[in-house]
Design a protein. Structure first.
Length: 301
């Protein structure tokens, strides 16, 4: 998975104001950020950071002296461009997303933790209606929770990680990572909401199933087996790399000094190469240290 949509999901969950800096443009996300600017949900005119820190040491504050900036802690010069920010417009993004999903809106903020994006009408205006929300990782007010639970048929979108179960929501949920593609295209909701096969892992055989289709099986009691079993125990939730490695080594009785993320990636690659060639279609990672998530549903695998 590319990093553009992952960065987007992270920014949506940040506190206000949401901004990016020059280091984001200079990094691997620069192309994505410029695309956001063209689409209108990232500012094109930068503004001065209200409380900058030194990009060198991270401890001091830049100050201006004789036409240049110096850090008051490490005394290193600071490029003025590193003190600029570009504003991310959450509302503009949700309007773009609602248009891409063909929702009848307009999107509106219900409370700081919830946006109501609009109504989906089955693609042809005459199908089943579905109210679509975006849940931010902030506490819901009673009014927000009431609005979310008021609809019989609702879809809740969220960022990298699912919202807390305490919200009481029992409808369908989708991560933004599943909804927005890296080329910033948005698939038809008909495809996203189409009934799909449930993913299940059989402990007695090591087989991984999607609906009535067996994708393959790993040897019982192997490291690959314990890896998939741990992910299946928290289906559709991210399991941190350290938890995966600890479980695999404890269950298999082995030892390994490999770094946690690398250990898990090697196991996934072995599963793909030897046992389940289509495993990549069911395993999700954000490349941010969140671990792996085994999807609860699969389609077209």
């Amino acid at each position: 998975m590319g990093r553009g949509v992952d960065l987007l999901a992270g920014l949506l969950d940040e506190g206000d104001p949401v901004c990016v800096g020059r280091e984001d443009f200079d990094g691997g996300e620069g192309g994505a950020l410029r695309a956001w600017q063209r689409l209108g949900f990232l500012g094109t005119v930068p503004f001065a950071h209200p409380a900058p820190t030194c990009p060198r040491c991270g401890n001091g504050a830049p100050y201006r002296v004789r036409g240049r900036y110096l850090c008051n802690h490490c005394r290193e010069p600071v490029d003025p461009g590193e003190l600029l920010l570009w504003a991310f417009d959450r509302g503009a993004f949700f309007r773009w997303l609602a248009a891409g999903l063909r929702l009848r809106g307009p999107p509106r903020a219900v409370d700081p933790g919830l946006w109501q994006l609009g109504t989906w009408e089955g693609g042809d205006g005459g199908g089943d209606r579905c109210e679509v929300f975006y849940r931010l990782r902030r506490p819901l007010t009673e009014a927000g929770r009431g609005r979310l639970l008021a609809y019989r048929n609702a879809l809740r979108l969220h960022g990298r990680l699912p919202p807390p179960a305490a919200d009481g929501f029992r409808g369908r949920s989708l991560s933004l990572l599943d909804v927005v593609r890296e080329d910033l295209s948005v698939p038809d909701l008909n495809a996203l909401l189409r009934p799909r096969g449930d993913v299940r892992f059989e402990p007695h055989s090591g087989a991984l199933w999607v609906g009535g289709t067996c994708l393959g099986e790993v040897p019982v009691w192997s490291k690959e087996y314990f890896f998939l079993a741990r992910l299946a125990a928290d289906l559709d939730h991210f399991v941190p790399y350290r938890d995966l490695k600890r479980h695999v080594l404890r269950a298999s009785g082995g030892a390994d000094e490999t770094e946690e993320a690398t250990f898990c990636q090697k196991l996934k690659n072995r599963i793909k190469a030897r046992f389940i060639p289509r495993i990549d279609r069911l395993l999700v990672t954000t490349n941010k240290g969140d671990g792996y998530r085994l999807r609860g549903h699969g389609e077209g695998v």
